[in-house]
Design a protein around this ligand. Sequence first.
Ligand code: PLP
Length: 400
Amino acid sequence: MPFVADALLRVKPSATIAVTQKARDLKNAGREIISLSVGEPDFDTPDNVKDAAIAAIRRGDTKYTPVAGVAPLREAIAAKFARENGLDYRPSETIVGTGGKHILFNAFLATINPGDEVVIPAPYWVSYPDMVLIAGGRPVTVETRLEDGFKLRPEALERAITPKTKWVLLNSPSNPSGAAYGHDELKALTDVVLRHEHVWILTDDIYEHLVYGDFSFATPAQVEPRLRRRTLTMNGVSKSYAMTGWRIGYAAGPAELIKAMETLQGQQTSGACSIAQWAAVEALNGPQDFINERRRIFETRRDLVVSMLNQANHLRCPTPEGAFYVYPSCAGAIGRKTPGGQTIATDEDFVSALLEAEGVAVVQGSAFGLGPNFRVSYATSTALLEDACARIQRFCASLA
Ligand code: PLP
């Protein structure tokens, strides 16, 4: 009998971490590798945020905090939701966790009974189905189509909902596709959920600030206020403020759910790191203009990558609204042969042959539940992106 718990036997290790490790191994072996597999901004945490953390240390704010977060952070979160999303939450309806991932995990642990279903549109962020499995639930994935910009159609959502559905999980802008729902698209989905009284929405808005062109971000509780009592809106400072290592995520939702998550957290982490919480207060309350500057840089990179990938043989790459990922289809490469005679049968073959031949690391679509595709992260310099995309073009041209 295995010593590890059954719940863990159902879980896969993160595929994105596996690719990053393979690229690292090749690099250590002396190969020149460009990694387009990372999920974090290549910018630094702003200095005012770092200074706030240093000040917290000097002040002695280095002890246990209230489990759900220090009061000024919960106030800053409530103010952020009011200012940016038109959502009215009291600080007591917010909670701070150790990263956005932790918030999502605790929302599932706090609500899922064995066999409860969570509807997850595919392609999805790698961790969602595994989190649901660990919590004892059943992930119900619903494939989207490239032709629909990888967005869930209301009819498909309707079909996926059963009496056992507990949550519908939305992630806009999306990791891995970059797709984001405009107001009307989101309204069409919330209309479906509204008709099913037992279903709640968990929305992962962590890429909120990374949207491009004239796209305007919207979130479910804002487009359908009647769903406020059945929505948990999760967000965090990791991506918007380049603070992935600080591990601060947060959410707002109905008091009863927030209380349950707080009870869980009280027996688990006792709350997030005090110093990082004070840094997050400054991130949310301090100057926001750098976000726009960074957004413009990401937009230029997105346009470059989409254009270069669409010039590669056998690839199709839609232009997504946000995040720092694109999710091209490599269906046209399936069944072709590399110069070495290897047949590309899956997106995993494509990705690993690309890494071997050209030293470019991307992540196979099978990890995100929809393929044959691969995810390209453009959170790296323009020069490296140009080089990497030229290599991808060369690799695709070499397939016979
Ligand atoms: N949600 C999505 C869609 C993500 O891509 C990530 C990070 O990659 C997270 C949540 C996790 O964020 P955090 O680093 O705050 O835990």
